[in-house]
Design a protein around this ligand. Structure first.
Ligand SMILES: [Zn+2]
Length: 467
């Protein structure tokens, strides 16, 4: 086998260096004014003129980016997760079906054009964020196109290139304490995962109760969200139940403030999934995130790059991280337990008095979530095969065999995307909790602005270790 070249991301320093000449001359022009008051007026006028020109320039670059994402989508059915920009751009992309080499070459030219369009340091924060985000999203397009042409990246290289983040590494020993606690909580014969599976059986939502249970969860997540976040009129989503998927739920954002949410019923659905899915896919998760991006960035500001969502990009870490953290924002622990006991357990015809113990066990299992990343890392890096990955998920992540096999199919399809859920949530949590205001307003601000995962990570973020 021929070794393929590694894809290299430009470093932020390189990007700054590419801009230093242009920035320097701009600053010099401003500095040559003599009288202070005159200088202030001139600076103010230049900034307005510059801001207008800057917006136009970025708009033009953003359009090229959108067209490249649509072109790449012709080679990868999972790539374009949502698109609600001009329909003719998609038609053109379909008709042209640009070869990957041509997409790569246009993306490289666009990266240079973006490097030359860096806003001045005096530009407002949203313009700076927009610029950094566009540049980094394009880096991810280039990485994905490179992968589609055969470049093999190791797990961490791939997650860095696509999602702007690298998950911490764990060993078997890191999960030992949590597993020992679970052993004590679930004594008996057979393997721990079998006992856990047996325990969970009492918390399956009967098929004929699925819809009312989900509806109750969605209503609660929506009303809690609307107390804190104003959504545009007409926003709504529909729910469908599907089979034969590697995921358990999916939000397909349609544009015009509407989502289609699909729930996979291949495997039994446990009662905790109702609030999880309703918040994660709906309120205040993916549906709200997409609605706010469309409203605030695309419609109000005309930032066309937000009309497309390339799945394998930093945007996904923010999307999954906020969707997962949003569950806790909407339902703090005690309130959730109360809601489960009073509303959802009865709706699912389950024993409410079991809710506390159920969540004690789930809390422990949740501490094993990074075992899932580890299975994916070893599997993608070729250290274990599909069977070995399923074994890992069973032993260290408490996945039943069918669920472990479903998860391996997910890893086959989405690879290092798995880090977006748990690392994404932990990064978002650390960021929001560092903001010092109430969680809802920090959360709303985060999902209404273009922020990169690496910018969340700069704040004393400690990767979690299971205890
Ligand atoms: Zn999601």
């Amino acid at each position: 086998m021929k070794e393929t070249a590694k894809f290299q991301l430009p470093t932020p320093k390189e990007r700054v260096a590419a801009n230093s000449d242009r920035l320097g001359s701009w600053r010099l022009g401003v500095g040559s004014c003599v009288a202070r008051t005159t200088a202030t007026v001139v600076v103010a006028i230049s900034m307005v003129v510059f801001a207008g020109a800057q917006d136009l320039r970025l708009n033009e670059l953003a359009e090229r980016y959108v067209r490249l994402v649509l072109a790449a989508g012709q080679h990868d059915a999972d790539y374009v997760d949502a698109y609600y920009g001009p329909a003719e751009w998609r038609t053109e992309a379909e008709a042209q079906k640009l070869p990957l080499a041509e997409i790569a070459s246009r993306a490289s030219a666009l990266a240079q054009a973006i490097a030359a369009a860096m806003p001045p340091v005096t530009a407002d924060e949203m313009t700076q964020l927009r610029y950094e985000y566009l540049a980094r999203q394009l880096d991810a397009v280039r990485a994905r196109v490179s992968m589609l042409t055969g470049t093999k990246l190791r797990f961490d290289e791939e997650s860095k290139a696509l999602y702007d983040a690298v998950a911490p590494t764990h060993t078997e020993a890191d999960f030992a304490k949590v597993l020992a606690k679970l052993e004590a909580m679930l004594p008996g014969q057979g393997t721990l995962v079998d006992r856990y599976d047996e325990f969970r059986r009492s918390f399956i939502i009967p098929k004929d109760r699925l819809d009312p249970v989900f509806k109750a969860a969605i209503d609660a997540c929506r009303s809690r969200t609307l107390q804190h976040i104003t959504l545009p009129p007409g926003e709504s989503f529909t729910v469908e139940y599907v089979t034969g998927k590697s995921w358990s739920g999916y939000n397909w954002y349609q544009g015009n403030y509407r989502s289609l949410i699909q729930v996979n019923t291949d495997l039994p659905i446990y009662v905790d999934r109702a609030v999880d899915l309703a918040c994660h896919e709906g309120y205040p998760g993916h549906h709200v995130y997409n609605v706010l991006l469309e409203k605030n960035l695309l419609r109000d500001r005309g930032w066309i790059e937000f009309s497309v969502y390339p799945l394998f990009s930093p945007q996904s870490l923010i999307a999954e991280g906020t969707a997962n953290y949003g569950i806790e924002v909407a339902f703090p622990r005690a309130e959730r337990l109360e809601f489960e006991r009073r509303v959802l357990f009865p709706a699912a015809q389950l024993k409410s008095e079991m809710a506390v113990r159920y969540y004690e066990v789930l809390d422990l299992v949740d501490l094993l979530s990074y075992a899932g990343n580890e299975a994916a890392r070893r599997y993608i890096n070729g250290e274990i095969d599909a069977r070995g990955a399923a074994d890992w998920l069973e032993k260290y992540g408490m996945y039943s065999r069918p669920r472990a096999e479903q998860r391996v199919r997910f890893i086959d399809q989405y690879r290092s995307y798995v880090i977006n859920y748990n690392l994404g949530k932990d990064l978002v949590a650390a960021y929001i909790e560092s903001q010092g205001t109430d969680r809802w307003s920090a959360f709303a601000r985060l999902i209404s602005s273009p922020r990169l995962p690496s910018s969340l990570a700069t704040l004393n973020f400690q990767p979690p270790t299971p205890k």
